[in-house]
Design a protein around this ligand. Structure first.
Ligand code: SF4
Ligand code: SF4
Length: 166
């Protein structure tokens, strides 16, 4: 955009906002005395559904900030059918996310193939010590109670029944 028209557009927006503030009052919220409800799908904190996690390490490998730390061990689970062999499963010993490093990109939630990670809109977990921003699996599990239910599909976005070619 050329300089002068761009400048005029910017000044126009500033003037409009000044008029809006003078006539309707400021939209600033005096946090923490006043709180706004975040959008239900806001990226506040990541919750872990531990039972679903297989310690596959996919989230660890894909995290651009390397702020997920997982340790696990192999264990034997009962066979699925009578007479079958015991199954080998991965058990989680450690699952930490360091929110001092996390950039809230959501890649870990997207790539998890087992529905073990979810976004919660909860955002009040600041700490005076940065080291306390490391949430272990117990704390990450506690966030599950704050994960909202899935919203219904928007009109027209439902999966269509498979069309059979004629
Ligand atoms: S949101 Fe992004 S940066 Fe944070 S833990 Fe997940 S992948 Fe890593
Ligand atoms: S949270 Fe998901 S992607 Fe990460 S280790 Fe567990 S199962 Fe794998």
């Amino acid at each position: 955009m050329p300089l002068v028209p761009g400048l005029l557009t910017g000044l126009g927006i500033t003037f409009k906002e000044i008029v809006k503030t003078v006539t309707k009052g400021a939209e600033t919220v005096q946090y923490p005395h006043e709180k706004e409800d975040p959008a239900p799908r806001a990226r506040g904190v990541i919750a872990l559904h531990e039972d679903n996690c297989t310690a596959c390490m996919l989230c660890v490998r894909e995290c651009p900030d390397w702020c997920i730390y997982i340790e696990g061990h192999k264990d034997l689970a009962p066979p699925r059918r009578a007479g079958g062999k015991p199954r080998q499963v991965n058990k989680l010993d450690r699952f930490d996310i360091d929110y001092g490093l996390c950039m809230y990109c959501g890649i870990c939630v997207e790539v998890c193939p087992f529905e073990a990670l979810f976004w919660s809109p909860e955002y009040e977990y600041s700490e005076p010590r940065i080291a306390d921003l490391l949430h272990d699996k117990t704390r990450l599990g506690q966030w599950m109670t704050t994960v909202p239910d899935f919203e219904p599909y928007e009109a027209g976005s439902q999966v269509k029944a498979k069309q059979v070619p004629r």
